[in-house]
Design a protein. Structure first.
Length: 149
């Protein structure tokens, strides 16, 4: 199955997954300013449009965003799959990205791939750290703080 995704989707997936790759990016590009991109990401993840992101919404979005990169559909996303997708996007956009932070945060057993359990475990920890008031949801303000917007 061919893996189709936009540069914005890939960057957003890696940001939300915890890579922080584009979170450090401060320039304005064709998709708007960083605060505008962060707000659009928040709105995409907030599936029920209630103004907050629950753990379930974040997990569903994160899983879809990351596992769409699983080119061989083996239930694991390898560094080669992520780097391959990033290379294709770099050819189109001219912006290179590094997957090291992403794998450092999510490849919990160090085997060079990320499975669903690893993604969910690390993602849950990141969600809980972003949920500053511990109410089980992330507001736009908490989301922006997480991404430095």
């Amino acid at each position: 199955m061919a893996c189709k995704f936009s540069a914005t989707t890939l960057a957003a997936a890696l940001i939300l997954a915890g890579a922080g790759i584009a979170a450090a990016q401060t320039s304005t590009d064709s998709s708007g300013s960083k605060p505008e991109r962060t707000q659009r990401m928040f709105q995409r993840i907030d599936a029920d449009k209630d103004g907050k992101i629950t753990q379930a919404e974040m997990e569903e979005w994160r899983t879809k965003a990351i596992f769409r990169l699983d080119a061989d559909e083996d239930g694991k996303v390898t560094r080669a799959e992520v780097d391959g997708a990033m290379s294709k996007q770099a050819e189109k956009t001219g912006k290179t990205r590094d997957s090291s932070q992403f794998f450092g945060r999510f490849d919990l057993n160090g085997d060079g791939s990320i499975d669903h359990d690893e993604l969910n475990q690390a993602g849950t920890e990141r969600f809980q750290s972003a949920d500053k008031n511990s109410d089980g949801a992330i507001t736009l303000e908490e989301f922006q703080a997480l991404h430095g917007s």
